[in-house]
Design a protein around this ligand. Structure first.
Ligand code: EPU
Length: 309
């Protein structure tokens, strides 16, 4: 693991928040995860650029973490984990565009767009993720996805610079986009003028559907698996008789089978065992290999301090 002293050079002049040996269960929607060697919250985009450049130069791993759609393993994450929660500005641009910093929450952005009479993000109502997270995984639902409205992405590059890439030059796939190396710090979205009432009604209906069908009041990380072509992962898992199935405090939600919930003290190892069981059972029954939508990061085992053998 990296010790506090290893970060002295990287964090020289850093203006944001820093916490060493920081438990990540406090910042993940699943409420699971071991410690980060250093958890940092940059003050602004400049702070991100300096940190990205210094970490790259010192070859210290740097991970950006939104905290949703993510399973952090029990041993935690080595190096620097960066949260962009202070980068949450949203602005109206010329035409029917909005710009958002990467740490802005998707529902907040949807609300901001509605206040500007701009439609196109209603699918994001109640989705807990950040703009940056939604960009990097081309988040979406059957109502829409990021690629439908993304106009451009801004990234902090490993040399400490900033680049803007037009969405038209990026290659998108289902829950995936190929981005250049770097950290997404903002996005520009091309939306469509519409009445606020129309937008808010659509968003409300959609949120209502999610509340009825998904276990939103329990710690979860959104859909666990991508929907396979021509099928719904939730249906396949339910048909395999796995609703309610548990490993420790990790449970297949009785409400929606493509959600795993933390009943209290679930560990990442429990979640991974349950994921493995689901994949094996569904494959045995149907021949379909369910692919994870969650990102899984970190080490299996707790870090060892230097000198403790
Ligand atoms: N179904 C079952 N059993 C279940 C759950 C679902 O049979 O336990 C069936 C439903 O009856 C329906 C089908 O599966 O016929 C699809 O279910 P649902 O409408 O709930 O949508 P989904 O495909 O499971 C997707 C997104 C969600 C988004 C919802 C609503 C993916 C992987 N997931 O879920 O996005 O909220 O549509 O639009 O595309 C996320 O990605 O994290 C996420 C929450």
């Amino acid at each position: 693991m990296y010790e506090r002293d290893d970060f002295t050079t990287i964090l020289a002049g850093f203006r944001g928040g820093v916490e060493f040996d920081a438990p990540l269960d406090a910042v993940t929607s699943l409420r699971i995860g071991g410690p980060a060697d250093a958890l940092v919250t940059p003050a602004d985009v400049d702070d991100v650029c300096h940190l990205v450049r210094r970490a790259a130069a010192a070859r210290v791993p740097l991970m950006t973490l939104g905290g949703t759609n993510l399973l952090v393993k029990d041993g935690g994450v080595r190096g620097v984990v960066m949260r962009l929660s202070r980068l949450d500005a949203m602005t109206r641009e010329e035409g029917a565009c909005v710009c958002a910093e990467a740490g802005a929450r998707m529902p907040a952005l949807m609300g901001f767009a509605a206040s500007q009479n701009l439609s196109g993000l209603e699918w994001a109502a109640g989705i807990p993720g950040t703009v940056g997270g939604a960009v990097v995984m081309n988040a979406g639902t059957r109502l829409g996805e990021m690629r439908d409205c993304l106009d451009a992405v801004r990234l902090a590059t490993p040399d400490g610079g900033l680049v803007t890439r037009a969405a038209a030059d990026l290659s998108f796939a289902y829950r995936h986009v190929d981005l250049p190396a770097g950290v997404v710090v903002g996005a520009r979205l091309q939306l469509v003028p519409a009445s606020r009432t129309h937008i808010e009604t659509r968003a409300k209906d959609y949120l209502q559907y999610r509340k009825q069908t998904q276990p939103l009041s329990q710690p979860n990380a959104g859909s666990v698996f991508k929907n396979p072509p021509q099928a719904a992962a939730g249906r396949l898992i339910e048909d395999a008789g796995l609703k309610g199935c548990r490993v420790g405090d990790a449970q297949v939600s009785p409400r929606h089978a493509n959600f795993l919930v933390n009943l209290g003290r679930a560990r990442a190892a429990d979640m991974l065992e349950l994921i493995d069981k689901i994949q094996r059972d569904v494959f045995r029954r149907t021949g379909v290999r369910l692919e994870l939508e969650w990102r899984v990061v970190g080490d299996d085992d707790a870090p060892r301090r230097r000198g403790t053998g």
